[in-house]
Design a protein around this ligand. Structure first.
Ligand SMILES: *Cc1c(COP(=O)(O)O)cnc(C)c1O
Length: 370
């Protein structure tokens, strides 16, 4: 049997007829940027995300950058972010001229450790950026309490968390203004680049909508030195189709994760994702950990199973961030996660037989090595 890391086949088949019809309608309408499709998607996604406002943008990184900008965060400010985050979160902070300050993750949840936040706060700290990594919600109760106590802003990076909840509340609805990505491989993926910001603050939403369109207050009247980060009508039309499937697709991902948990329970040397009692993960990625990660990845490849590593190099060791002056050993938990993590296949249409096959291969490797 062969199991790819990712396949779009089943999801695409499910939305084929509706997507082609939506594309045809878009094609005939001849309205390409910021029109009715974007408006409809913004309304539908705001409802899905249980926020009063959604602002479509060109991609997730831009959404994070605009969120920081409308909160007035820039030169001289510090922003707290997990030391194992995806690099885009860190890039958004440096893009606005602020300094990313890394806080180690909780070794169980892989998300920013709330217990370590306060020690990283200085007079320059302006915001916390919780990233709901792998679809697992951060501990938002503790994070929001610390933000409130120290008068910090919160910007959630919800690119991997579409539809996840913490304590019953949807991620991407806790922070002042939050961003998400609809990159094709995300749980809700466009057929190209796309992203959005979500907020319950009407004033911030209005400012963000200006910044994404050159900073125009109205057409040709420029209030900010903004940017061009508009969401295409075509992508919005296709996202409008896929959004209707999200409840079903999320349940399917969660079922796949459950199958993995059953099949991989008590395998020696393998650490499974932690289930925080208040968190409802949407299993964007099913990540296991083992000391023999590279050997396991090779073994799985030889046995027809595709895997990926999220992520091999933590931000503080990236070449681009040498200027921060960090070296190996500075964030040992992030480094350990980078050395031991392996993401197993999860995709819409994955069968129980495929999950069991992957699990059998993992077990076979572990029993030989144990
Ligand atoms: C994908 C992703 C982003 C960036 O989104 P793009 O649309 O690729 O710019 C940011 N943060 C996280 C956690 C992501 O997974």
């Amino acid at each position: 049997m062969k199991v790819p890391y990712l396949s779009f086949d089943a999801a695409n088949e499910q939305v084929r007829a509706e997507s082609l019809a939506a594309f045809e309608q878009f094609f005939d309408k001849k309205w390409f940027v910021l029109g009715q499709e974007v408006k409809a998607f913004e309304v539908a996604y705001a409802e899905y995300n249980q926020t009063t406002h959604c602002i479509g943008v060109a991609n997730g990184l831009d959404g994070l950058i605009i969120a920081l900008r409308v909160l007035g965060i820039g030169e001289g400010d510090e922003v707290l972010v997990a030391s194992n985050s995806y690099i885009a979160t860190v890039v958004s902070i440096s893009d606005v001229g602020a300094k990313p300050v890394f806080v180690e993750p909780d070794e169980r949840t892989y998300n920013i450790d709330p217990e370590k936040l306060e020690a990283a706060i200085t007079p320059k700290t302006k915001a916390i950026m919780p990233v709901h990594l792998y679809g697992q919600p951060c501990e938002m109760d503790k994070i929001m309490a610390i933000a409130q106590k120290h008068n910090l802003r919160v910007i959630e990076d919800n690119a991997q968390g579409h539809g996840a909840t913490f304590d019953g509340q949807v991620t991407g609805s806790f922070g002042d203004i939050n961003a998400t990505s609809f990159y094709p491989t995300k749980n809700l993926g466009a057929l190209g680049d796309a992203g959005a910001m979500t907020t319950n603050d009407a004033a911030l939403a209005a400012e963000a909508a200006k910044v994404r369109n050159y900073g125009f207050e109205k057409r040709y009247y420029c209030k900010y030195k903004g940017m061009n980060s508009r969401l295409d009508e075509c992508q919005a039309a296709l996202l409008n189709v896929k959004l209707k499937y999200m409840a079903t697709w999320t349940a399917e991902r969660q079922q796949i994760a459950k199958w993995y948990r059953t099949a991989l329970a008590d395998v020696p040397g393998i650490i499974l994702p932690y289930n925080h009692p208040k968190a409802n993960s949407v299993n964007h990625i099913f990540l296991i950990r083992t000391e023999q990660r590279d050997q396991l990845q090779s073994y799985l490849r030889e046995h027809g199973v595709g895997t990926l590593i999220h992520y091999p190099v933590p931000p503080h060791l990236q070449e681009a961030y040498q200027d921060l002056g960090y070296q190996k050993g500075d964030f040992p938990i992030a480094e350990k996660l980078a050395d031991t993590s392996l993401s197993l296949p999860v995709f819409i249409g994955m069968t129980r037989e495929q999950v069991n096959y992957v699990a059998e291969q993992v077990k076979a490797f572990c029993l030989v090595r144990a």
